[in-house]
Design a protein around this ligand. Structure first.
Ligand code: ZN
Length: 160
């Protein structure tokens, strides 16, 4: 089993997984939510600070879990900064498709052609390997589901 996972652990994932960015509690957070993935034991809290214009001023997370969940959370907090809820919603869709291998949303997104989205997706693409491992999809998407819950005013989300 672990041999199969080896290809997942690319350098970038390992780097973010062992040295996650924005891995701290956020002072002045305007919303936050807790996410739980019992299948793997990943647990994290996502903190967001939304500005008056509705854009994300800061995004951080606290928690522990496997390298995939930590790397995904780390990369997510990096790409959220400066984005509106609408932009984040679109990115969420695309990222979800990336992880599950369902490319419908990706194709739809291409018609609109948002250059920034493409750049972000390219960075997040290192996590696309999880689609070969259904259990790992939950690890990769947990931070995003948690972030979405935070933005919609929920405080708890579980993959179960
Ligand atoms: Zn995990």
């Amino acid at each position: 089993m672990f041999g199969d996972l080896r290809e997942l652990y690319q350098e970038v994932i390992l780097d973010h997984g062992t040295n996650p960015r924005n891995h701290h509690r956020l002072e002045g957070a305007t919303c936050q939510a807790h996410g739980n993935n019992p299948m793997c034991g990943d647990t994290l809290t996502v903190y967001l600070k939304l500005g008056g214009d509705g854009r994300v001023e800061a995004a951080t997370f606290e928690g522990r879990g496997c390298a995939i969940s930590m790397a995904s959370a780390s990369m997510m907090t990096e790409v959220l900064k400066g984005k509106t809820a609408e932009e984040i919603g679109r990115l969420f869709q695309s990222f979800h498709s990336l992880c599950t291998g369902e490319d419908d949303a990706l194709d739809a997104g291409d018609q609109d052609s948002h250059a920034d989205d493409d750049e972000d997706l390219e960075r997040l693409n290192v996590l696309a390997g999880v689609r070969e491992f259904p259990v790992r999809v939950k690890c990769a998407t947990l931070p995003w589901h948690t972030m979405k819950a935070a933005m919609s005013g929920e405080d708890e989300v579980s993959t179960e």
